[in-house]
Design a protein around this ligand. Structure first.
Ligand code: ZN
Length: 240
């Protein structure tokens, strides 16, 4: 079974379509939340994921978009975009986002947005946080997003290892615990503006990361046309 794992799409349907085209035929699409927020096409992204039967979890921006208190933690640009998203979302999209749980186990793998111990808030940014989360993760392997940086954390008996994932990085899942981050489809933050995602191959026990070019200028125009903060357009070209 080959699964395309997508996180932090952030209402960027142009990047989403580029990633889906690159992934080709897969057996399932999983998403790790922040389907909406920041970007200009929330309904188009939700419609595409619905049509594909994607399985996933809720992110903090999804929660904010459907009226959650998470909006109060946002910086002014994120907040402005969340308010715009609240006003723009169709009732169908709102219902779909409301149906996404905070955590889910699929095929023996844990899916969360932020971290297994705090799915809507915690950023897994260092060895200590990653180690603590892998200790309490109920499955051997876990998938998370939220940082918008593609990495793998692996708990070996000696230490917690960090693998920075680039385009075409592959990793054998092996016998240790892992926490895997595909990076962000719609707003990468590792200095590489290309859309990021990963493919999980359960038969081969292997994961592979990918980067895909998309029409950034088209999305920037749509962000400006929607009246969203212009810095949200500028950052896409920089991958920050
Ligand atoms: Zn995000």
């Amino acid at each position: 079974m080959r699964i395309a794992v997508l996180s932090d799409i952030h209402s960027n349907s142009v990047a989403l379509d580029a990633v889906l085209g690159h992934a080709g035929e897969v057996d399932a699409i999983w998403h790790l939340g922040d389907v909406v927020g920041y970007g200009p096409e929330p309904d188009a992204v939700v419609a595409r994921l619905t049509e594909l039967g994607a399985t996933g979890v809720r992110g903090n921006h999804d929660a904010a978009a459907i009226g959650g208190p998470e909006i109060d933690w946002f910086n002014p640009e994120a907040r402005a975009a969340a308010e715009w998203t609240r006003d723009t979302l169709s009732s169908t999209s709102r219902a779909w986002l409301s149906d996404q749980p905070e955590r889910r186990t699929v095929e023996g793998i844990t899916l969360v947005h932020g971290s297994p111990r705090d799915p809507l808030r915690e950023y897994v940014t260092d060895h200590e946080i990653a180690g603590a989360n892998m200790d309490l993760q109920e499955t051997q392997h876990g998938l998370h997003g939220h940082t918008h940086v593609p990495v793998a954390w692996m708990a070996t008996p000696e230490r917690v290892a960090l693998i920075r994932a680039e385009d075409t990085t592959t990793l054998a899942l092996g016998t240790y615990r892992t926490l895997l981050n595909p990076g962000s489809v719609g707003q990468p933050r590792d200095g590489d503006p290309r859309a990021a995602y990963l493919v999980l191959d359960l038969e081969l026990g292997r994961v592979g990361w990918h980067r895909v070019e998309y029409d950034i200028a088209a999305v920037q125009s749509a962000i400006r046309a929607a009246g969203l903060p212009s810095r949200l357009a500028a950052r896409l070209a920089l991958g920050i």
